[in-house]
Design a protein around this ligand. Structure first.
Ligand code: GLA
Length: 747
């Protein structure tokens, strides 16, 4: 095992390292954790205490009587507190019976274990084989309160990854009120970073946005109860010269699906405090004596080889240590979803006719989306009643499932288990089950209300209903949707002083239901969804190995969305479908080839009525499915590189490549937005190939070295004048091309 975690008692330094990175901190003379170094691996068994710089600075405050040097404001820390000489934002804040927020957590003990602990009730990265990771468990204690904090640091042997979380344990006699507990806090020695975030809105999720760090606070957060379309729980701090291929970058994410805060506070001396955790806004957790509170897990990825390397690390970590093992490297079914094909306008016959055509073209899985349950004839009724809509499917969902399965297809259903319409049996029987604030009007979103998943009775009811449907229809797949943020957040079963717990209890309830469903029905493939990508996060991936990326299914719009999403989420998790044109969100007409060429770089499927396609198009669909099945394992398990960004340069082109692990096969996708005239020549230098082998592309051969240094020519007929005398293939707006590179067999 290449991981070492060492405590040097002579200088009280912790040095965590694997083959790539070092993470070093030291105990101060009064037991505080002082951050020394995080970055590329440096030698162990050395004394790094020279990194602690203390200079007397006017207008600061000091810890020791008569001393004008030791101030926490001057020092880089690991888990800071406010108000005892540090004025920056803290990692922990506990309100006590007397109203004070002052704490004094100091080192108590530590333990180094092989492997990694699980987080009770919460998703987290895991190891199957203990040798894959090592963990430092460090206990801090506030003796006055009798409260301990257990900080956990895990290093993985194969990756430049550090995961952290914090557990607060109340061993004292008083109730404590946690107002904030960060999963991660680390002070970096300078502010020479560009802050990168993935932000947007419904229909344009996870656009790459950047700004320079400046003195002050920059942050992203969610206050919506879900991780949100607006901000994905991810930030990268990258050096000014860092690009996709080279340079230093630190990527951070949270394995959490609710309100989060990620922030960088640059202080007056250019120290950058990076923090991530549950959003303190709207949060307050009462900790009774004997109880503990566990923060979600934060993940830090370090790369000195650019953004692609950071992303590849996230991809591999998520594939191997986050998604459920039974889906790792398992080919996903090519699915057909009926939502954009029929919306609510379907009956059994119509569905079976689409399914027949689906079978004919090579689809594996037929997914019936919204509308099959309760009195769901439009979006004003039915949520909460997870049994057959008899008006629409008089013979029952089980009967439809059998018909679909007898065609040789798998069968899947859409559910939205966290929601209820007022027009439903569930609401009529239990109006008190929705999140609502007494004596105030509740707000709807899409005519629906949010069930209080903090209430175990609610979770159990929904579990029983969904379980019965899984059994009745022998489901192979479930799309779990969530179509509105939380409002009127209040739990009528909790005391007044516990209302700050409701958001987090809700998320724990969602995890509880997921956990029960995947343990009881391990063969069901879950795809998470929240009006497209409103809850695309690592927490969800633990339970549902794929996510519906965006409700915007337009291929050209998807380029930016999937490009941003790939910053940390693996291609196997990025649900991507070919839909009909004119596109339902943009009215745009794109070639069916381009629609597939974009969707190939994800968990591939179709979302249209195949019976509306021409014979010629159906033949193309058959070929597309064949292509995808042939290369799915390369796409999902290979190494992915973004080559040309749709956010930069001319913003008219985008290119990416995925290379099989053994480097014998690679697939390049190149996309053009608008056709322009007399364009520059274009070459793209490829990445990740074996420099020493020959690759075949169509009828030509090139060496890996050539393709990576000279580049692949991607100019098309628009580099000139299209209808000229030169007889070159015509090109159009929204064209794209796929190149398959295969290692030339030696004769
Ligand atoms: C959400 C989803 C869509 C579809 C509809 C059904 O918008 O993101 O894919 O399932 O709900 O109502």
């Amino acid at each position: 095992m290449a991981i070492t975690i060492k405590f040097q008692s002579e200088n009280k330094q912790f040095h965590l390292s694997n083959k790539d990175i070092s993470y070093i901190f030291q105990l101060s003379e009064d037991g505080k954790l002082l951050q020394l170094y995080y970055g590329k691996k440096v030698p162990q068994n050395r004394d790094y205490s020279y990194l602690i710089e203390m200079h007397h600075r006017p207008m600061t405050t000091y810890r020791k009587d008569g001393d004008l040097l030791y101030s926490l404001e001057h020092l880089k820390q690991e888990f800071p507190e406010y108000g005892t000489t540090d004025f920056r934002h803290p990692a922990i804040s506990i309100k006590q019976a007397n109203g004070s927020n002052l704490t004094n957590f100091t080192y108590k003990s530590h333990q180094i274990i092989t492997g990694k602990k699980t987080l009770e009730g919460m998703p987290a990265t895991y190891v199957e084989n203990e040798q894959e990771a090592k963990t430092l468990l460090l206990t801090l204690e506030d003796q006055l309160l009798g409260v301990e904090i257990e900080l956990s640091y895990t290093l993985f042997d194969k990756f430049p990854v550090l995961t952290r979380n914090a557990k607060v344990v109340n061993n004292g006699v008083n109730v404590q009120s946690i107002e904030q507990v960060a999963s991660l806090s680390v002070d970096l020695p300078d502010r020479d970073y560009d802050w990168m975030q993935l932000s947007g809105a419904w229909g344009r999720e996870r656009y790459v946005k950047e700004r320079k760090l400046q003195q002050g606070i920059q942050s992203i957060e969610s206050t919506r109860g879900i991780s949100s379309h607006q901000h994905n729980p991810f930030v990268a701090l990258k050096r000014e010269n860092t690009d996709e291929f080279q340079g230093e970058v630190i990527g951070a994410t949270l394995v959490y699906s609710g309100n989060f805060l990620m922030q960088a506070e640059v202080d007056t001396w250019d120290v950058t405090r990076l923090q991530a955790g549950i959003n303190p806004f709207g949060f307050e957790w009462k900790l009774q004596p004997g109880e503990s509170f566990t923060s979600p897990e934060a993940i830090l990825v370090y790369s000195d080889k650019g953004l692609n390397h950071m992303s590849q690390t996230f991809h591999q970590l998520f594939n191997e240590h986050l998604i459920q093992k039974n889906w790792y490297k398992k080919d996903r079914p090519v699915l057909l979803n009926n939502w954009e094909a029929t919306y609510f306008n379907f009956n059994e016959n119509k569905l079976v006719n689409i399914a027949k055509q689906a079978k004919n073209v090579g689809i594996d899985l037929f997914v019936l989306d919204d509308g099959w349950f309760g009195e769901r004839n439009d979006d004003s009724a039915g949520l909460g009643d997870w049994f057959t809509n008899k008006k629409r499917l008089p013979q029952g969902i089980g009967n439809l499932a059998r018909k679909i399965k007898s065609l040789g297809l798998q069968f899947g259903l859409w559910i939205e288990p966290e929601m209820v319409n007022k027009n439903s049996d569930l609401y009529r029987n239990h109006p008190e089950w929705i999140l609502h604030t007494p004596d105030r009007k509740s707000n709807h979103g899409r005519n629906q209300f949010v069930l209080n998943f903090g209430n175990d009775e609610v979770v159990e009811n929904i579990f029983q209903q969904i379980s019965a449907i899984i059994n009745e229809s022998e489901l192979d797949y479930i799309k779990w949707d969530m179509n509105r943020p939380l409002t009127n957040v209040f739990d009528i079963n909790l005391d007044a002083n516990q209302q700050g717990e409701v958001f987090h209890r809700y998320v724990l309830g969602v995890y509880k239901l997921y956990e029960k469903l995947i343990r009881n029905h391990p063969n069901v493939l879950f795809e998470s969804c929240s009006s497209g990508g409103g809850r695309f996060d690592a927490g969800m991936l633990y339970y549902a190995p794929q996510t519906w990326t965006s409700d915007d299914s337009d291929a050209i719009e998807r380029l930016k969305i999937q490009y941003g999403t790939s910053m940390l989420y693996p291609l196997s998790s990025i649900g991507a479908h070919v839909s009909i044109t004119p596109n339902h969100q943009t009215n745009r007409i794109t070639p069916i080839e381009t629609r597939a060429n974009v969707a190939y770089f994800g968990a591939f499927g179709y979302e249209l009525d195949l019976n509306q396609l021409s014979k010629d198009e159906l033949e193309k669909v058959k070929e597309q499915i064949k292509f995808y099945k042939k290369y799915q394992s390369v796409i999902h398990n290979g190494t992915f590189y973004r080559l040309v960004s749709p956010f930069e340069k001319d913003q008219n082109h985008m290119t990416w490549i995925v290379v099989s692990k053994d480097q014998s096969t690679a697939i390049v996708g190149d996309y053009k937005m608008l056709n322009k005239v007399n364009q520059p020549y274009r070459r793209v230098k490829l990445q990740g190939l074996n420099p020493d082998i020959e690759y075949k592309i169509d009828d030509s051969t090139y060496s890996g070295k050539e393709l990576m240094n000279v580049g692949l020519i991607t100019s098309d007929a628009s580099s000139g004048q299209i209808n000229d005398q030169n007889n070159r293939a015509e090109t159009y707006d929204f064209d794209s091309k796929i190149w398959v590179l295969t290692q030339l067999e030696e004769h």
